[in-house]
Every structure is written in structure tokens, then in C-alpha cells.
Write a protein that binds this ligand. Structure first.
Ligand code: SF4
Length: 704
């Protein structure tokens, strides 16, 4: 009988990054509770976090042994790890020799630990010789990364959760933290309860649970966010509610912001946004009169063909009012996934370089390739998430290695993704369990260790780095992802992958950050285990971390000023509505499900909230179509169709419908899979897809 053990770790779901105490009893039963000492959640957990013990203990559908097939006509068979690595290396070498390094790619996840992210990035960019390494974080926050870089010189969230309790005005745009970042929302809620004068503005085409806390809900038409933020900027400038001293001393390009803001009158802006001038004035006055203003946003702004423009227009509001670098103030992009930030730090995207270095800078590339001792790194961005699957479909890419993500549910326009994987010569899927969608395309299936079964680090939305210990052994022959990667690299014959622990990988990553703006060379597993979490930068061993950036008002740009940017686009016109497709579809999350439900879908308790997919639609739109609550509707776009039950209310605007993104194949058909119909157009700069704007028709489904 094993002895009882207790561990402190971090929730594996959202970017809030709550601390969890895990107890494993003598029988191996796992218990979880919120960590009262952890500064993020102070003991609180949301419904998903509270039920993590069920997920950790459930071995149904776990991939227990490496499996492979010799061709698509052959069945999968269990093989040894050696055989699996031999096959993977042989196929990758053969494809690279014949078609060049850009014919292969890795598609990973914001749920990967930093060490895994670091290693796959090193392997791909530094040794295989391609920048084709991208992540499902591309689908969440790449527009925010571009916005921060343009404004601050680097992808840097300036503030901390602790600033929430110091702010007196919040603008929550394109986000529903009440459901998607619940513990963070609980902190805002408590702050508002204790300080009723705190103003909260919510911008969303839907009336979500977050609106329950709002002083003002701006229920704008989809895709009009830039017009709204520009109108607020215009009001602030006209009413002289801007911080002239800050603008003069610490910013550049104010005129470009002003010019953009003055393109439309407030009246015209209100008309285009579908709200009143008074609402715009009220919102702008809350911001203009605030002592400490925080903006928060997620997918509603980022997932758009104008995602970068939306970010820039929002960020301009913080600069106009000088609300950055001081307590309770700053633009705060909320990350969706638990380690999307860690992935950004190691440069784990096709357009990024390790430690926030610039892929386009030849000196930076040389620094990294010299450090790794591998190949010269190309300055050209690799294929991004959607581009990677386009390249597989067209035959430009031959092999893909998918780690911890389920693109057959999560990518837009999924029928294209299905074709891409059918067309690929070789598909490796490395994951913890079988799913109904992506794993069936695998030619090689690699069993990965899950949460609690491996050690590593993650960084949450506020730059807080935490250590996650190994608490239990993985089932079967499942292996830590980081080891799978280094053993594959060794089989490929690459030098510099002779690690024996995750901590060695972490030390190397920390060393590579030395001298950069995200310097964490003062960190080690030992410090994280003994002293707790740290917010980067942590540039030396006595340094205690950095809760707030830019307190000296010197930014990461070359001129140390923050930069106003005129948003290049005013509103989303990616897909026109017409008589055939008259409604705009918006997609998003529900409270108790996570991503494609590969984990939360197995927890009965989490199914009591919302057990099945639904199409939310305004009662008027439903009535016109003869639909009532519970009817099955057929949703069609120019790309595909999906059947789903209807939920009718007045919480969503007329001519806008909403479909959660979580459900894949239900009962072996496409019931409720939102991405059958979504658009795979992307923002031209961030390459983030347009999940929030897709023209559809909705009709009552009639059985053939
Ligand atoms: Fe986990 Fe996010 Fe819930 Fe915290 S808020 S318990 S990190 S899902």
C-alpha cells in the first residue's frame, strides 16, 4: 500500500491559473481543493477546478501504449516506444530529405507545459530547420500579442490580478469572465460589492452572466468594436479627459490615434454599433473620470479578421488616459489556456522566437541558434495554425505532429481540416486519451502523461510562473511529453537533447532568457518549489519577481515610449450577410466545459449545467422561422451545416446567433459542431481566425 501524499499544483484549465492542493490517499484516490495560500485564488476554485479529481482518476479512453499502422489500410497495433521513435524518425527524415524541412510541422497546445513548448520549439526551429511550429493559442490570443508588441514594444501584460482590487473602472470587452475566468470574475465581483462606486462596462453582443455586474452593457453589433473604442477616444479627446502630460512625455503617434478617432461622428458611430450616443458618452465618461482603469478582453476582440485593429483601438484608451504603469491600471489581456503565456515566452509560435526575441531580427536569430548549437534559424514565419492544415491539404506539407489538441473540433471550417489530415502522408498524435475526432487520423499515436503525472511549469495570465509537481504515475506506458520530444530528437540524431529531467530543460530555457526583458535567469525548480510562484522578470537569484511592469514609464520599445496606433480597419466585413445568409453567428464557451470536452465531457457533474450544444437566438428571429425552445434547427453557412437545438431569449441581439464551440461529434454525427460552419479567414497580421463573425441561415430542421 502506498503512503498518503499531498502536493501543491495549478489548475490545468484556464489562464487564471488557480492554485490547487492535491491529496492522494493510500488507495490512490485523488482529492482536490483550492490552495488558500496561493495568491491568485486564495482557496477558491470554480466548478471545473473542483472536479479535476474525476478527470485525473479517469482512465477511460486513455492511450496506454504507443500505437501505429503501416498504412492507412492497416489497423493500429500496439508497439514499443523504441519502434514508435524509430518509425517517427525514419518517416520524418525521409520526408525532410525528399521535400525539405518545411514539409513537416508541429501543431501544439496552450495546455503544454513550458518545458514541452520550449523543446518542441528548439527541435523545430533550431534543428529540423523550419519555423512550422504553431499552437492552438494562435486561435486565442495572437491578436493580443501583436497589439502589445505594437504598443509596448513587446508582448507584455503590464499588470497583476492584485491590481483588480485597486481599480475603480473596468472595461470588459469581448469576454465573459463570469463563465470563462470564474475566479478572476469572483475577485472583480467582490471588489464591486465592497466598493459600489466602481464602474463596470461590458461590451458584448450577448447579454452574458458577466453583465449581471455591469453598470453599463454596450450590446454592440458584432464586428463594430473598433468603431466603439474610437468613438470613446473621440469623446475623451473632445472633453479633454486625456492625460496630456503622459501623452507628451511617454507616448508617440498621438495624432494617428486622434485622426482615426475623428473619422466618424459619435452619432454615426452609435448608429453603426447599434447603440445610443448616450451609451458611448456614459462609457467614455466612466473611463475619463476613473482614477485607475483596467481593460480586460479575450476572444471577442482577438478572434477576428480585424483582431489586431480591435486590440489597438482598445489599447489606445489606456494611453490616452495615462492608465498604465501605476496601481490598478492597465490593459489586461486574459489568456484562455493555462500556459498560453509560457508558450509565448519560449517563442512557441511560427512567428515568434525564444524569450520574446524577434524572429525578424538576424542578431536575435543568431543568439538563439548559437545558444542551441543547431541550424541557422530562418527569418520567415512558418505556417500558422490554419495555414498548416491548408499546406497539408495542398500537399506543401506532408507530415504533422499534433500535441495535446483536437483540431477536428477546434479549428474553423473543420471539413477542410478533415481533408487536410486525410491528405497528409504521416500524422503523429501525442495525447493523453483517444477522442472521437482527431486521434483516428493518427498513423502514430503516442501516449502522453496527463496533469499530475509529470512535472513542469506554467505561466498564467498575470505572468505568474508556477511549478507543477508529479503526484502520481501515468497509466500503461504513457510518458511525459518533454521526454517524448527529447527522445525523438535523439533518434533524429540531433545533438543537445541529452536531457535526463524536465528541470534541465527548464534551466536551459531560463538561461536563454538572460539579458532579455523577460529575464527569468533567477529562477529554478528549487526556487519555485521552496519559495512559490514568481512573476517575470526574475533576473537574479535574490529577485522576488515583478508584479507590475513599466512603473518607471519606460517601455520596451526602442525609444522607450508607448506607441499609439491607428487601427488599420474600422469594422469587420469579412462575410456579408444577404437574403440567403442573413444572420451573424458568434461562437464561444460555456461555464462548465473546456475546449473540445475531452476532459470535462467525462465529468457527470459538469454536464448538469449545460448538457448539450445549443443555438442561442433572439425570440423574434426564432418566431420568424417558426422555431421555439428545444426545436432542432439547421444552421447553414457558405461552408457547411450543423444541426442543433434552439434556445430562445431576448439576451442576444436580433440577427445574431450564438453556438458554443465545445461539441464535436455527438452520437457519431455532426450535431452541434460549430466549426462545420465557421470561417477560416484570418487577421492578416496576427493570423487569428474569424470565429466570431460568420454569415448563416437558420431554418427548422425537418427529418428527411
Ligand atoms: Fe481552474 Fe480557471 Fe476555474 Fe481557476 S478559474 S479553477 S484556473 S478553470
Amino acid at each position: 500500500m502506498q503512503r498518503e501524499t499531498e502536493h501543491k499544483t495549478i489548475c490545468s484549465y484556464c489562464g487564471v491559473g488557480c492554485g490547487i492542493k492535491v491529496k492522494v490517499d493510500a488507495k490512490g484516490t485523488i482529492g482536490v481543493e483550492g490552495d488558500e495560500d496561493y495568491p491568485v485564488n486564495k482557496g477558491m476554485l470554480c466548478s471545473k477546478g473542483k472536479n479535476l479529481n474525476y478527470v485525473a482518476q479517469d482512465t477511460t479512453d486513455r492511450i496506454l501504449y504507443p500505437q501505429m499502422r503501416w498504412s492507412r489500410n492497416h489497423p493500429m497495433q500496439s508497439v514499443s516506444w523504441d519502434t514508435a521513435f524509430d518509425r517517427a524518425a525514419a518517416v520524418f527524415k525521409s520526408i525532410i530529405n525528399k521535400h525539405g524541412p518545411d514539409s513537416v510541422g508541429f501543431y501544439v497546445s496552450g495546455q503544454c507545459l513550458t518545458e514541452e513548448y520550449y523543446l518542441v520549439n528548439k527541435l523545430t526551429k533550431g534543428f529540423i530547420g523550419t519555423n512550422n511550429i504553431d499552437t492552438n493559442s494562435r486561435l486565442c490570443m495572437s491578436s493580443a500579442v501583436v497589439g502589445y508588441k505594437k504598443m509596448l514594444g513587446e508582448d507584455s501584460v503590464p499588470i497583476s490580478y492584485a491590481d483588480i482590487e485597486l481599480a475603480d473602472c473596468f472595461l470588459i470587452a469581448g469576454a465573459n469572465p463570469a463563465w470563462c475566468h470564474p475566479i478572476l470574475f469572483r475577485r472583480i465581483e467582490k471588489h464591486k460589492e465592497e466598493n459600489p462606486d466602481v464602474k463596470i462596462i461590458v461590451v458584448d453582443p450577448r447579454k452574458t452572466q458577466t453583465c449581471a455586474l455591469a453598470d453599463l452593457h454596450l450590446q454592440i453589433l458584432p464586428g463594430t468594436d473598433v468603431i466603439l473604442f474610437n468613438a470613446m477616444a473621440r469623446w475623451l479627446i473632445e472633453k479633454k479627459k486625456i492625460d496630456r502630460k503622459f501623452i507628451k512625455q511617454h507616448t508617440v503617434n498621438f495624432e494617428a490615434c486622434r485622426e482615426s478617432a475623428f473619422q466618424l461622428s459619435l452619432r454615426k458611430a452609435a448608429e453603426l454599433c447599434g447603440i445610443t450616443v448616450e451609451e458611448i458618452r456614459t462609457a467614455a465618461s466612466y473611463i475619463g473620470n476613473a482614477k485607475a482603469f483596467i481593460s480586460m478582453w479575450t476572444m471577442g476582440l482577438n478572434q477576428s479578421v480585424i483582431g489586431v485593429s480591435k486590440n489597438l483601438a482598445l489599447l489606445n484608451l489606456s494611453l490616452l488616459t495615462g492608465q498604465i504603469g501605476k496601481p490598478g491600471a492597465g490593459p489586461f489581456s486574459l489568456t484562455g489556456q493555462p500556459n498560453a503565456m509560457g508558450g509565448r515566452e519560449v517563442g512557441g509560435m511560427a512567428s515568434l522566437l525564444a524569450a520574446h526575441r524577434d524572429l525578424g531580427n538576424s542578431n536575435h536569430r543568431k543568439e538563439v541558434s548559437n545558444f542551441w548549437g543547431g541550424k541557422e534559424i530562418s527569418g520567415e514565419a512558418g505556417y500558422t495554425a490554419t495555414e498548416m492544415f491548408d499546406a497539408l491539404e495542398s500537399g506543401k506539407m506532408k507530415a504533422i505532429w499534433i500535441i495535446c489538441t483536437n483540431p477536428i473540433v477546434s479549428l474553423p471550417n473543420v471539413h477542410k481540416v478533415e481533408k487536410a489530415l486525410e491528405n497528409a502522408s504521416f500524422v503523429v498524435v501525442q495525447d493523453i486519451s483517444h477522442n472521437a475526432e482527431t486521434t483516428k487520423y493518427a498513423d502514430l499515436l503516442l501516449p502522453a502523461a496527463a496533469w499530475l503525472e509529470k512535472e513542469g511549469t506554467m505561466t498564467n495570465s498575470e505572468r505568474r510562473i508556477s511549478y507543477l509537481p508529479k503526484a502520481i504515475d501515468p497509466p500503461g506506458e504513457a510518458m511525459a511529453d518533454v521526454e517524448i520530444l527529447w527522445r525523438f530528437a535523439q533518434k533524429m540524431g540531433y545533438k543537445g537533447f541529452d536531457y535526463s529531467s524536465a528541470s534541465e530543460v527548464y534551466d536551459e530555457h531560463c538561461l536563454l532568457t538572460k539579458g532579455t526583458n523577460i529575464d527569468i535567469s533567477g529562477l529554478s525548480y528549487e526556487r519555485l518549489q521552496n519559495e512559490g510562484s514568481f512573476q517575470w522578470p526574475v533576473p537574479h537569484k535574490e529577485h522576488m519577481g515583478t508584479p507590475r511592469l513599466f512603473t518607471d514609464l519606460k517601455f520596451f520599445t526602442n525609444d522607450e515610449k508607448s506607441h499609439f496606433n491607428a487601427p488599420p480597419k474600422l469594422y469587420n466585413q469579412s462575410e456579408k450577410t444577404d437574403g440567403r445568409y442573413p444572420l451573424i453567428l458568434n461562437t464561444g464557451r460555456v461555464r462548465d466545459q473546456w475546449h473540445t470536452r475531452t476532459k470535462t465531457g467525462k465529468v457527470k457533474r459538469l454536464l448538469t449545467h449545460i448538457p448539450e450544444p445549443y443555438l442561442e437566438m433572439n425570440k423574434v428571429d426564432a418566431y420568424i422561422r417558426g422555431l421555439k425552445e428545444g426545436d432542432v434547427a439547421m444552421v447553414k453557412s457558405r461552408r457547411g451545416e450543423v444541426k442543433v437545438k434552439v434556445k430562445v431569449n431576448y439576451d442576444i441581439r436580433e440577427q445574431v446567433v450564438f453556438l458554443p464551440m465545445h461539441w464535436g461529434k455527438v452520437l457519431n454525427n455532426d450535431f452541434g459542431r460549430a466549426n462545420n460552419v465557421t470561417n477560416d479567414l484570418v487577421d492578416p497580421i496576427s493570423k487569428e481566425p474569424d470565429f466570431k463573425y460568420c454569415a448563416v441561415q437558420v431554418t427548422k430542421y425537418v427529418k428527411p
